[in-house]
Design a protein around this ligand. Sequence first.
Ligand code: S3P
Length: 446
Amino acid sequence: MSHSNPPSPKRFTSGSALTGRVRVPGDKSISHRSIMLGALAAGETRVTGLLEGEDVLATAAAMRAMGASVERGDDGVWSVHGVGVGSLLQPQQALDMGNSGTSTRLLMGVVASHPITAMFTGDASLSKRPMGRVIDPLSQMGATFEASPGGTLPLMLRGISPAVPITYRLPVASAQVKSAVLLAGLNTAGVTTVIEPVPTRDHSERMLRGFGAQLEVGEEDGARVIRMHGEADLTPQDIVVPGDPSSAAFFVVAALLVPGSDLVIENVGLNPTRAALFDVLRDMGGRIEELDRREVGGEPVADLRVRHSVLTGIEVDPAVVPAMVDEFPVLFVAAALAQGTTTTSGLDELRVKESDRLTAMANALTLAGAKVEEREDGLVIEGSAGDPLPGTPEDAEVTTHLDHRIAMAMAVAGVASRYGIAVDDTAPIATSFPTFEALLASARSA
Ligand code: S3P
């Protein structure tokens, strides 16, 4: 896990345009869920295109510790032999979640309605993140918790079976909280209901249905209402994981910013609950074309052709935040080189991601020469009108705070800078995108 990796500093410098074709790895959200649901289905689930990043490997290790077999075949296809809903085993050791909030929160939901006790631990970044948001609904279902001060890891969870079905209205727009409650509902007799005032990524709903769970999604008073019928029997599946739009985002912005670029990014998942960044960049003047739109694994997918573009700053509508919640660090980089001002708001959730992404990006971009104002719930960025940012001063480096997306966003800023940007630690990139640096190098030498 990343907390045991030594820091790996690196300077990202300008050079050639991004051209040719790249293929980003599998979607992180879908990869986590493939392993979890595969482990809860009785029989063999096969997963093609799984993201082999540290976060997903933490989920795989946890499911193994609870009785499933999760193995990679020589052909790169993963095979998950599941135990069936309700049949997970007591883990013998603490579940080490590394840097991964998704593993932690979703697995807390899974464990909550099983008669087992699990200790969850994580790295320094994950140990600061709020777990109260899942402890609350899962406690209502009957699970009990001993958490560290502030509702953080390490924490001990005592699951319960039978658990109590609840109706839960999400107080924060969070797919992780929604998914935790739905996954707990899988082994709970009766109907577990989640009310979602602001829609978030819907991979859990799509995949639970795909595995044969009875799940209804409706709308009441403008909110999404998801009803999950418990004591479900899941049927093993063959899953093909589409490319991760959140990983593609770094290549899209790099190609927009570096003069002469003309890059095709293949197999990018375009689920509407994930893809708002590409619309925002188009609104800023970005030339992003969808080629060969198709379906992969029940999700819309296309190849994206991206050409260097002159970008103009905009006011980003806070309503789109959930559909691009992980993409703001790299949007801030695009804004720093655009013409005019970009204003963002409604981004309180960014403060509780792998790092406080508002402060981390404000500091990193300012150090690299951008004009950034940090507000309570967003950044206001005065763009350089296409001039490369100068880069980090000699003997200074941007701090990534164990956050993969800060490291990759600033790498992109580096390739679009005049003198280069030094990043203190690229090791966290392996949590979500282990091939990032190799792919970047290949796009710049195509
Ligand atoms: C995720 C949900 C989002 C996102 C995270 C992945 C998921 O978190 O930031 O990277 O797979 O459900 P929140 O639920 O905290 O918004």
